[in-house]
Design a protein around this ligand. Structure first.
Ligand code: ZN
Length: 163
């Protein structure tokens, strides 16, 4: 497992300097679902790179995440930031603005959807009260992975939002 990750990391380090802010091994996970790696390379920006390394800041968390979860389209979208948010779609001129319909003024980013969006208030409240966590914890994957039940419920929550 560690060997495999190290090998992957070396290859990816050689492939692309653009990802130097991201732990390279996270892309082993991310690219498993991605049939067109080149598309990711081309569309990656430093802002989405920073998002990924915020979620998966070190190799311990990446390895734990890899062990406890199965890669899905929704998780890949969430982790890369290349997902169906208005903020993302607006950048590519697919949406007219980046505002979330929940309040009409907040930019609809991943962060907004997961931590603050009123559209997901009920599900978020359930998840947070059931596991005694705060909005900040919803993006702290290290903390999420510490509990198997929380991991499962969190995956359901994020997947539902990305769907
Ligand atoms: Zn919203």
């Amino acid at each position: 497992m560690a060997d495999e990750l190290a090998k992957g990391a070396t290859t990816l380090n050689q492939t692309s300097a653009i990802y130097k802010n991201i732990p390279a091994s996270s892309f082993k996970y991310l690219c498993r679902q991605e049939s067109n790696q080149k598309w990711m390379m081309r569309t990656a920006t430093s802002s989405t790179g920073k998002w990924t390394s915020r979620l998966l800041p070190n190799i311990d968390i990446i390895q734990k995440f890899d062990k406890k979860t199965k890669p899905t389209k929704q998780m890949t979208q969430f982790l890369t930031g290349h997902g169906p948010t208005k903020h993302y779609l607006h950048r590519f001129k697919i949406a007219n603005d980046d505002k979330c319909p929940c309040d009409g003024h907040s930019p609809q980013t991943m962060e907004h959807l997961i931590q603050y969006c009123d559209g997901w208030a009920r599900e978020r409240h359930l998840l947070m009260t059931q596991h005694s966590i705060q909005p900040n914890d919803l993006l702290d994957i290290g903390k999420i992975l510490a509990s198997n039940e929380l991991t499962e419920d969190w995956l359901d929550f994020v997947t539902a939002i990305m769907d």
